[in-house]
Design a protein around this ligand. Structure first.
Ligand SMILES: C[S@@+](CC[C@H](N)C(=O)[O-])C[C@H]1O[C@@H](n2cnc3c(N)ncnc32)[C@H](O)[C@@H]1O
Length: 341
C-alpha cells in the first residue's frame, strides 16, 4: 500500500479492504474537498488504536448521552452508538458533503445517531446536557460552550495543541462551578478544527506565510537547536508561546541531515538552520520580536523545571477563557485569550 496514492474502492477493492483493516489513519478528503488540490488533509478515518485509546479515556456507560464533534466517516460515531443504549450519540460535522456520506454509511448499518451539520465548536445546546463530549479534531482553545453543555462530573476528551506543537490528548472533568479542568493523557496528532487552522497548514510555501525574507537580520547561535525538537520540549515551548507557528523543512540528497526551522507569529518571523557537524547555526529574524530567542528561553524554562513530560501539564477552561498549567491548575504557564470560536 503506497501511503500517498489514492485508493479507488471500485477499481482496487483488495487495497481498499487492506487499508480499512490496517491500524492507520486514512485520509478521506483533501483541501476541504476542493477539486485538483492535494495540499492538506481535511477529513479522515482516525487510526483505530488511537480511537480505542480515546474512547477508553471517555469512559462511557450505556445510559450516557454523548456529543461527538467531527463525524468524519461516521466510524467512531458507530462505535459510540454500539456502546450506548438507543444510539444516544449526537455527532456534529462542519462539512456538508462529509456529513452526507457519513449519514449514508450509518443509516446503511442501521445506526440512528443524531447527526448535525454545523460548527461543532458551538456544541449542540438543543441536546444538552451531555454526560460525555469527545472531539475528533484538534483545538487550540477549548470553547466554553462545550463546558456549559456537559453535566457536572462529565468528561470532555479532545485533541489539543498550540500553533507551535500539536500533540496533546486532553481529558477534562466538568466541575460544579461551571469550569472544566484536566491533564494531558497522551499523544495524538489530529487535524485542526477548521476555524483554528494555522497559516502554515494551508499554504504550500513558507514564502506564503513569511513576508520579505530578504529583510532579515542575520546572526549566529552556538546553541544546538536539536534538543528543542524533543516532543515534550516542543509541547512545553508551545504552552509558553502558543501563538508562534513553526514549520520544519528537512534537507534531501546532499543536504540530508540538515533542516531549517521557520517560526512566525504573524508579525515577526525567524528561521534557524541546522547543519550536521556545525558548531554555530545561522538565525534569520525579522520584525519586532526575537522569536528564536523566545524559543530558547522557553526551552531553558522547561529544562529548569526538570524536563517534565506533556502529561504533567493540563488546561482549565472557564467562561473567561482557558489557561494552561504545570503540575496543577494554580501553577499557570500561559493565560490564554478568551476562546474565540
Ligand atoms: C479526523 S476527522 C474525524 C474522524 C471520525 N471521527 C471518524 O471516525 O471517521 C475530523 C473531522 O472533523 C471535522 N471538523 C473540523 N472542524 C470541525 C468543526 N468546527 N465542527 C465539526 N466538525 C469539524 C472535519 O471536517 C473532519 O471530518
Amino acid at each position: 500500500m503506497d501511503d500517498d496514492e489514492p485508493i479507488n474502492r471500485d477499481k482496487d477493492p483488495d487495497a481498499w479492504a487492506d487499508a480499512v483493516a490496517a491500524d492507520v489513519p486514512l485520509v478521506t478528503q483533501m483541501d476541504d474537498g476542493a477539486v485538483g488540490g492535494g495540499l492538506f488533509p481535511s477529513s479522515a478515518a482516525s487510526m483505530p488504536s488511537l480511537v480505542r485509546f480515546m474512547l477508553d479515556q471517555l469512559d462511557v456507560e450505556p445510559d450516557h448521552d454523548v456529543l461527538e464533534i467531527g463525524t468524519g466517516t461516521g466510524w467512531s460515531t458507530a462505535l459510540l452508538a454500539t456502546a450506548l443504549t438507543d444510539d444516544r450519540v449526537t455527532s456534529i460535522e462542519v462539512d456538508a458533503h462529509v456529513a452526507a456520506h457519513a449519514q449514508e454509511s450509518l443509516f446503511a448499518g442501521d445506526f440512528e445517531p443524531t447527526l448535525i451539520i454545523g460548527d461543532g465548536l458551538r456544541g449542540h445546546k438543543e441536546g444538552a446536557p451531555y454526560d460525555r463530549l469527545i472531539a475528533t479534531m484538534a483545538v487550540q482553545r477549548v470553547p466554553y460552550e462545550w463546558v456549559e453543555q456537559v453535566k457536572p462530573g462529565g468528561v470532555i476528551v479532545t485533541p489539543w495543541g498550540t500553533a507551535f506543537h500539536n500533540s496533546g490528548l486532553l481529558r477534562m472533568v466538568v466541575g460544579e462551578d461551571g469550569t472544566a479542568s484536566g491533564r494531558f493523557v497522551g499523544s495524538v496528532n489530529f487535524m485542526w478544527a477548521r476555524s483554528q487552522r494555522r497559516r502554515f497548514d494551508t499554504r504550500e510555501f513558507v514564502g506564503d506565510v513569511i513576508p520579505d525574507p530578504g529583510t532579515a537580520r542575520v546572526r549566529h547561535t552556538t546553541t544546538d537547536p536539536r534538543p528543542m525538537r524533543d516532543e515534550h520540549a516542543e509541547f512545553a515551548i508551545g504552552l509558553c508561546l502558543p501563538e508562534v507557528e513553526q514549520r520544519v523543512y528537512f534537507g534531501r540528497g546532499d543536504a540530508a541531515g540538515e533542516y531549517t526551522q521557520w517560526l512566525s507569529d504573524g508579525e515577526s518571523w525567524a528561521s534557524v538552520d541546522y547543519k550536521p557537524g556545525a558548531d554555530r547555526f545561522e538565525v534569520n529574524e525579522s520584525g519586532p520580536r526575537d522569536l528564536w530567542a523566545d524559543v530558547e528561553t522557553a526551552f531553558e524554562g522547561w529544562r529548569n523545571r526538570g524536563e517534565p513530560p506533556r502529561e504533567q501539564h493540563g488546561v482549565t477552561v472557564t467562561r473567561d477563557g482557558q489557561w494552561t498549567w504545570f503540575d496543577g491548575p494554580n501553577d499557570r504557564v500561559n493565560v490564554g485569550p478568551a476562546p474565540a470560536t
